[in-house]
Design a binder for this molecule. Sequence first.
Ligand code: SAH
Length: 256
Amino acid sequence: MQVYFVGAGPGDPELITVKGQRLLSRADVIIYAGSLVNPALLSLAQSGAAIYNSASMTLDEVIAVMKKAVAEGKTVVRLHTGDPSIYGAIQEQMDALDKSGIQYEVIPGVSSFLATAAALKREYTLPEISQTVIITRMEGRTPVPEKEKLQSLASHEATMCIFLSVHMLDSVMQELIDGGYSPDTPVAIVQKASWPEQKIFRGTLNTIGKIALDGGVDRTAMIVVGKVLDTEYALSRLYAPEFGHLFRPAREDSKQ
Ligand code: SAH
């Protein structure tokens, strides 16, 4: 294998996988997504590795660098922020490599929506509150299919992690309210989750717009919406004494 798509994780350089770290430290060529990947990860590169920032490159240029390296028998790491399968634009790269008969492997990463949960110290799936996490974005220059508009997703009142949308916060909140969430539903915005400069803003669908504006929120931020952020909830069945499962029988004395 000569090309590896590697998830860099959300920012903290220690949140790359062990496998990703090993591949990065042995790569001859590294192409990283410069706008979001923490440059500290590049210090893992071996001396002499060629390093490209894809922020200023087109798809064709990225593929050309990969092809040339492969032809020279070199190993390439394509480093994407978070997990590459989420808004990573890797499909078009993989398809181009397929066309050229170049083999590749994908190494997953810790997505920013997970680092966000960690920062908030909340669980996205609470019994009887929400058992579903919707990963989505507001329509911007990239269109969103009609059935996935925020307003229709909001009708589920599930936990939502909204990427790429904090600069349109007021419209996001309006669509969610129009779609069915109550205006007092809790919202959190985590900016640069897992980076030293991480910031958390909390409010409700009604109040978060002003709170984020006053706090000067910038683009690298995740919006989380849902009752899981702040609620009473039923305890998990998994650890309930009367609930037996494959690895632990139910305790008779706790059955009522
Ligand atoms: N593949 C990435 C997402 C890339 S899209 C992943 O799995 O996380 C870029 C968007 O991700 C940003 O607009 C922001 O919404 C979110 N994002 C990326 N890094 C983040 C971080 N450290 N904290 C909060 N949001 C982040």
